[in-house]
Design a protein around this ligand. Structure first.
Ligand SMILES: [Mn+2]
Length: 337
């Protein structure tokens, strides 16, 4: 017999409803909302920042909200790793970085670094949802190099998925920003947060910038694996090359959604037509190949919800990538105890 409202057990009813992605308050992956550093193993952090890249539309600060709206759908077990990340460690939605001077990139990146450092100091790993790619500079400054708790003072090996190298240190500024979405992969090497000799840039398109536009990355010591090479070596070849370079270093993963093919990620800031990008399945395989490494942080950037398709496939693929990052961290915690 159906309960009447008088006898309804509302707590039981809520428990029953929790499994449906569209019910309740949309936190990242339906994780508990908890902004206190040190109270979770992994914190999923929104970084609603969009003043670091003005080269196209600028609404990347809407990214975290879009991923919250869809990601409850993906509170799942991991099919290939055979475990449930949420069962083996504590994962919280840590809210958003407060950015009261959001329109000024070079001030906001300092706010992002200081806010992220509180989590590192407390031993909590961050999976950050952007926001434009300028957020990765301060997130790397907070986790890599001298004084970092999570890396014991070591610089990180960077695993960087992107259509673009973002190492344009020959440009003095990008629409006025000196620590912009175009500069971060350079200054983080020069300032000791990233060890370029252990780092790889994956998915760079051959049809951007000027011929030789990868030189700035190669000068710094990065290995650049462009889409032209990936067509030859496949995801397996990329996986092997990345792991060989990383060695035993702590790893940070940054994933620009524009590394994906426009059919998998139409809602990104800088769409690159005319040359195929990574398919989501290939990107997932490369991410999964990092299994066992010490992933100290990751981010997913450049989601542009205003350009996404009605089914929100770009936001959904952002959540897929964030899920893989969480699973990699959780799997290592489970193995190491
Ligand atoms: Mn890019």
């Amino acid at each position: 017999m159906t309960d009447t409202p008088d006898t309804m057990d509302w707590d039981a009813a809520k428990e029953e409803m929790r499994r449906w992605y569209w019910w309740g308050v949309p936190t990242f992956f339906k994780c508990p909302w908890n902004e206190t550093p040190g109270t979770s193993d992994i914190a999923v952090l929104g970084v609603p920042h969009s003043s670091g890249n003005g080269s196209t539309e600028r609404d990347q600060h809407l990214g975290p909200r879009a991923v919250r709206n869809v990601s409850a759908l993906y509170r799942r077990g991991h099919g290939r790793f055979g475990f449930v990340p949420w069962d083996v460690c504590t994962v919280h939605d840590a809210g958003d970085v407060p950015l009261p001077e959001a329109m000024v990139n070079d001030i906001s990146v300092r706010h992002i670094e200081a806010y992220a450092r509180r989590f590192n100091d407390a031993g909590t790993r961050l999976v950050s949802i952007g926001g434009d790619h300028a957020i990765t500079g301060p997130l790397l400054k907070a986790v890599g190099g001298e004084g970092s708790r999570l890396t014991a003072g070591r610089p990180v090996a960077l695993v960087h998925f992107d259509s673009h190298t973002d190492s344009y240190h020959h440009l003095p500024h990008w629409l006025g920003s000196r620590r912009s979405a175009a500069h971060w992969s350079s200054y983080t090497v020069k300032e000791g947060s990233v060890d370029a000799q252990r780092s790889t840039q994956i998915g760079i398109r051959p049809n951007v910038g000027t011929p030789g536009s990868r030189h700035t990355s190669e000068e710094l010591g990065y290995r650049v694996i462009g889409m032209d090479e990936i067509e030859e070596i496949g995801w397996q070849g990329v996986a092997g090359a990345v792991r060989e370079r990383v060695g035993d270093a702590p790893v940070y993963i940054t994933f620009d959604l524009d590394s994906l093919d426009p059919c998998d990620a139409p809602g990104v800031s800088n769409l690159e037509p005319g040359y195929p990008g990574l398919r989501i399945g290939e990107a997932v395989r490369i991410l999964q190949s990092l299994r066992g490494l010490d992933i100290v942080g990751g981010d997913v950037v450049c989601l542009m919800p205003i350009k996404d398709s009605p089914n929100q496939i770009t936001a959904m693929n952002a959540m897929v990538v964030a899920f893989e990052m969480i699973a990699l961290m959780a799997d290592r915690m489970r193995e190491k105890g």
